[in-house]
Design a protein around this ligand. Structure first.
Ligand SMILES: Cc1ncc(C[n+]2csc(CCOP(=O)(O)OP(=O)(O)O)c2C)c(N)n1
Ligand SMILES: [Mg+2]
Length: 595
C-alpha cells in the first residue's frame, strides 16, 4: 500500500492508460493536479493553452487523430465553464475527450465559496456537473478519494467505448490534497476497447436485401470515419457495385477520387449523390450515419432520401437505429466489423451484375462540372480557387480542419477532394466558430510528420487568435489559412437573403492585420494576393516547419458554394436534374420490380 494525495492517484490512473498530454489551464481548482505531475515526475506533459476552450478543442483534435482519449483540465467555476464550447464539438463529433475540472471544497459546499455557483447557496447542487450533462456522455464527480482510480478509469472507458464522446469529471479541490492508501492493483490499465458486431440473423437479412437490390447506394457517416473502415467500405462497394456517398462529417471515409465515390450529401453536398439517391436507389446502406438536418435538408423528402429507399442501418448504438428514418434491417455494431461481416456473407451470395447501374453512376458524375470562378475582385479572392490551391499544395495524407462559416461550405462539393490516408476534421453539428484553429494543434501533436492546416474565417480565428502563441511555444508547426473577408460571411449571406438586402452587425470595421498579429506571437505571417501565391505560401509554410498564418484577402462578393439542397429553407431551391431521361433505370420505373 502506498499513501499518496488524491491528485497523485488521479495522475497515476491517467499514466496507467498511457496518457501522454494534459492540455489545460490552471487555477486553484486544479493546481494540486498540476503539482502531482511535478512531484510524481510524471511522464505526462502538461500543455498550457491561453484559454480553456482551446485546451478542450486541442484535446478533441488530438483524440480524433490519435484515436485515443484527449485529456484536458481546468480550474473551477469560470475555468470549467470556459471548456464548454470545445467539449460541445467533441460531443457532436463523437470524440473521446476527458475533461477534468476542479470542484469547490466539499467541506464548505453551499456556503458561497470563491467561484462556487451562485445558485448552490440556494440549494442547487454545489457542482458544475449538471452544466456538462447536455454536452457529455457522462458528467460525474469524484465523491471520495478511495474512488479516484475507479472514477477516472471509468471516464476513460466511457469516452472511447461504443459511440465515443466526452466525459466531464469534477474533483473537489480539498479532496485532491488529502491523502489515502492505494495499492498497485488500484492502477490497473483500462481494458482494451471492445468492438461489437451484429447478430447472425440481422446479417442474413441485410445480405438478402442487398443481394436483391438493383441500385444499392452506401452512405457513410462519421461512424465510418471513427471506425477507420476505408478499405472495408471500398471493398464492399466494389463487391456490391454500389456508389458511396458520405455525410459532411463522414467526408474522407472513402477517398473522393475513387470511381465509386459520389461525394457528400446534404446542404453543401453534391447533386450527383442526391440524384442517384432520389431517382434510382432502391436499397441504401447507411454506415454510422445519423440522418442529421444538414445531411437531409431538414428531413425533407427528395433531399436526398425518398420514401421508396429501403434502408439498412449500421450503427454502434442500438437506439440510434430507425430513430429518424424507418429502416428495414438494423445492424448493431462497429462499422468496420460489420462491413467485414457483410463482405463475408455477400461472398457466398449469388453475384448480381450491376454494370448498367455503375455505368449510370459514372455518367451522372460526368454530368456534374464544378465551376471554379477564377475572378479576382477589388476586395479579394474567390474561395474556391483558394481551396483548389490548398489541395494542390498538400500531400494526400494531410490533415485539414475546417472551422464554421462560409469558408467551410466549400468543402462539401468543392475543389477539395479527400484523398487516401488524409483526414478532414470539422466541427460537426455543434459547429462553433473557433474550433479548427485550435483543434489543428492537437491533430499535429498526434501526427507530427503530417502537414496540418486549419482553414478558418477571420471571425472564428479572432475568437482563439491568442493560441497562435501556444503553438509557437509548443513548437507545433501548424498552418492557419485565414479567409480574411472582414465579415461574418455566413451570417451576412443569411441576412441578405432573408431580410430584403440589408445587413447588420456582421462587418468588421476595424479588421486585424493577421500578419502582424502572427509575427507578434513569434509565428510566420504572410498575405498572398493572388491564387498562385496562396499555393506557394502553403508550400513555404510546410517547408519552414514553423507555425504560419496565411491571411488571404477574400471578397465579400464571393461566388456561393455549390448546393445540393437547402438547410433552413428546404423549399427555397430546386436542384435541376443532371441526367434526364433514363426511364428504364429510374427507381420510379423499377418500383415493384426490385423486390
Ligand atoms: C461560437 C459561435 N458563435 C456564433 C456562431 C454563429 N456563426 C455561424 S457562422 C458565423 C460566421 C463566422 O464568420 P467567419 O469566421 O469570419 O467565417 P466566414 O463565414 O466569414 O467564412 C457565425 C458568427 C457560431 N457558429 N459559433
Ligand atoms: Mg469572415
Amino acid at each position: 500500500m502506498t499513501r499518496m494525495r488524491g491528485a497523485e492517484a488521479l495522475v497515476r490512473t491517467l499514466e496507467s492508460a498511457d496518457v501522454r498530454y494534459l492540455f489545460g489551464y490552471p487555477g486553484h481548482g486544479n493546481m494540486n493536479i498540476l503539482d502531482a505531475l511535478h512531484t510524481g515526475r510524471s511522464p505526462i506533459e502538461f500543455k498550457l493553452t491561453r484559454h480553456e476552450q482551446a485546451a478542450a478543442s486541442i484535446a478533441d483534435g488530438y483524440a480524433r487523430v490519435s484515436g485515443t482519449p484527449g485529456i484536458c483540465t481546468a480550474s473551477v467555476g469560470p475555468g470549467v465553464m470556459n471548456l464548454m464550447v470545445g467539449i460541445g464539438s467533441a460531443a457532436a463529433a463523437s470524440s473521446p475527450v476527458v475533461a477534468i475540472g476542479g470542484g469547490v471544497m466539499q467541506r464548505f459546499a453551499g456556503r458561497g465559496q470563491l467561484q462556487e455557483s451562485h445558485q448552490s447557496e440556494r440549494g442547487a447542487e454545489p457542482t458544475f456537473v449538471p452544466a456538462f450533462a447536455p454536452i457529455t456522455k457522462l458528467a460525474t464527480q469524484i465523491p471520495a478519494n478511495n474512488l479516484v482510480p475507479e472514477v477516472v478509469r471509468h471516464a476513460l472507458v466511457v469516452a472511447r467505448s461504443g459511440r465515443p464522446g466526452p466525459v466531464y469529471v469534477e474533483y473537489p479541490w480539498d479532496l485532491q490534497a488529502e491523502s489515502h492508501e492505494y495499492s498497485d492493483a488500484d492502477f490497473v490499465p483500462p481494458p482494451p476497447a471492445a468492438t461489437t458486431r451484429p447478430d447472425r440473423a440481422s446479417l442474413l437479412a441485410a445480405t438478402a436485401v442487398l443481394s436483391s437490390s438493383r441500385h444499392p447506394v452506401i452512405v457513410a457517416g462519421n461512424g465510418a470515419v471513427l471506425a477507420r473502415a476505408t478499405d472495408e467500405i471500398l471493398e464492399l462497394g466494389r463487391l456490391l457495385g454500389a456508389p458511396i456517398a458520405t455525410s459532411q462529417t463522414g467526408k474522407g471515409a472513402v477517398p473522393e477520387d475513387d470511381p465509386l465515390s459520389v461525394g457528400v450529401i446534404g446542404w453543401h453536398g453534391t447533386p450527383v449523390a442526391h440524384e442517384l439517391l432520389r431517382e434510382y436507389a432502391d436499397v441504401v446502406l447507411v454506415l454510422g450515419f445519423r440522418f442529421s438536418d444538414l445531411a437531409t435538408n431538414n428531413w425533407t423528402e427528395g433531399k436526398p432520401f425518398v420514401r421508396e429507399n429501403r434502408f439498412i442501418q449500421v450503427d454502434i448504438e442500438a437506439d440510434e437505429i430507425g430513430r429518424k428514418h424507418p429502416v428495414e434491417v438494423a445492424l448493431v455494431g462497429d462499422v468496420r466489423e460489420t462491413v467485414r461481416d457483410l463482405i463475408e456473407a455477400l461472398r457466398s451470395a449469388t453475384p448480381v451484375d450491376r454494370t448498367e447501374w455503375l455505368d449510370l453512376v459514372q455518367r451522372t458524375k460526368a454530368a456534374f462540372v464544378l465551376d471554379v470562378p477564377e475572378t479576382t475582385h477589388p476586395d479579394g479572392l474567390e474561395p474556391m480557387p483558394v481551396i483548389r490551391e490548398l489541395r494542390a499544395a498538400l500531400p494526400a495524407n494531410a490533415i485539414v480542419a475546417s472551422d464554421t462559416g462560409d469558408h467551410q461550405h466549400y468543402f462539401g462539393t468543392g475543389p477539395y477532394p479527400a484523398l487516401r490516408g488524409g483526414r478532414f476534421l470539422n466541427p460537426g453539428q455543434w459547429t462553433p466558430c473557433g474550433f479548427a484553429p485550435v483543434a489543428v494543434i492537437g491533430a499535429k501533436l498526434a501526427a507530427p510528420s503530417v502537414p496540418c492546416v486549419a482553414v478558418t474565417g477571420d471571425g472564428g480565428f479572432m475568437m482563439v487568435l491568442q493560441e497562435v502563441a501556444t503553438a509557437v511555444e509548443w513548437g507545433t508547426p501548424v498552418v492557419w489559412l485565414v479567409f480574411d473577408d472582414r465579415t461574418l460571411s455566413a451570417i451576412r449571406g443569411g441576412q441578405l437573403s432573408a431580410y430584403d438586402g440589408h445587413v447588420i452587425g456582421v462587418d468588421f470595421e476595424n479588421p486585424i492585420d493577421f500578419v502582424k498579429a502572427a509575427q507578434s506571437m513569434g509565428a510566420l505571417g504572410v498575405r498572398p494576393t493572388d491564387y498562385a501565391g496562396v499555393g506557394d505560401a502553403i508550400r513555404d509554410a510546410i517547408r519552414s516547419d514553423r507555425p504560419t498564418v496565411i491571411s488571404v484577402p477574400i471578397t465579400k462578393d464571393k461566388t456561393p458554394p455549390p448546393e445540393a439542397g437547402q438547410w433552413y429553407d428546404p423549399e427555397r431551391r430546386e436542384t435541376q436534374p443532371l441526367l434526364r431521361g433514363n426511364p428504364q433505370l429510374s427507381r420510379r420505373e423499377l418500383a415493384g420490380t426490385s423486390g
